[in-house]
Design a protein around this ligand. Sequence first.
Ligand SMILES: *Cc1c(COP(=O)(O)O)cnc(C)c1O
Length: 396
Amino acid sequence: MTGQNPVFIPGPTNIPDRLRYAMSIQSMDHRAPDFVELLSPVLADLKKVFKTRTGQVISFPGSGTGGWEAAITNTLSPGDKVLVARFGMFSHRWIDLCQRHNLDVEVIECEWGTGAPADLYGQRLAADKDHQIKAVLVTHNETATGVRSDIGAVRKAMDETDHPAMLYVDCVSSLASMDFRMDEWGVDLAVSGSQKGFMLATGMAIVGVSQKALAACETATCPRCYFDFRDMAGANAKGGYPYTPPLQIMYGLRESLDMLFEEGLDNVFARHYRIAEGVREAVRAWGLRLCAKSPDLYSDTVSAVYVPDGFDSNVLTDHAFDVYGVSFGIGLGEMANRAFRIGHLGSMTDVMALSGIAAIEMAMKDLDYPIEPGAGVAAAQNYYRATARRPQLQAA
Ligand SMILES: *Cc1c(COP(=O)(O)O)cnc(C)c1O
């Protein structure tokens, strides 16, 4: 029975009923005067999620990839040099997008499973005496390997070399699930989308833009039209949209922001950490290995898990889907056939996570993986029991 089980892919994520209902609306006129009452507070509240006071949020119909393209084309010109580390499929795809826009891409090759190398970024920037590098690109949460990078450390490396390049961060699979601090980290462009931490349908690219990045639009010459920040910001300032907005998603976003603020962002992050820890306990109990090389890199939104030698992770994820009706992330790029991914972000509880752990465990057992039946579930149960918030006992 498809649709009954939660998905364990790192986007699109499970959509809570409350948000499905919120997105179920009749068409309305986006040129009518009341559209602004929806749009303006949503844009203002999104700033709280990005943690920016000085920046602005610009959204487009699209997905995260459209957000990348918008960030690049609005602020750079063909031939501009950008510095970027490749350590997974998403950082790789961002590099590809830059190359296709004829940017001069300087790539720092890193082993997959590692994170953004702040020291190497610092060295390349220090060597760039005449400031050819216009942009530094970092993937905050590499969804292919389950690695979270330290954006503050990259900013520090940039500051230490006094380099004027702008900082572009892909936070598609981290925003609204793990802590993100646009202003504190001096991020100029922060790219996200509707279908991950915001728990919504796919359809909106959401980009945090600093004043410096907005100013760069005036001189950047990469061709753009649909994704032009100036058209969008100009229309938004008057309470409108330059073309037809994805209204259903906008209504969903209103409700999603309400849900996030009701829970409290810090509680949202703590919930993701706790759920992820339970998953990691299960991986340990199976005797399997995470792609992320060290605990400081562990992502709280997705865990990529190597399968033992001689096994094919695609066979495993296919089996879990065919037999148990549960979707897990497949291995991407270098991780293809070698690792599967458990997405645990957005609308997720410990109990939901347990069902995913149990399902993949059954699939592994069916395929004769050398694991102890129930070991992963038991380990996660123990962790969740030990860390559950229990109601205060009434004094007799
Ligand atoms: C999901 C994701 C994207 C964007 O993908 P879309 O399918 O275009 O939304 C980009 N970067 C990361 C890290 C992601 O997880």
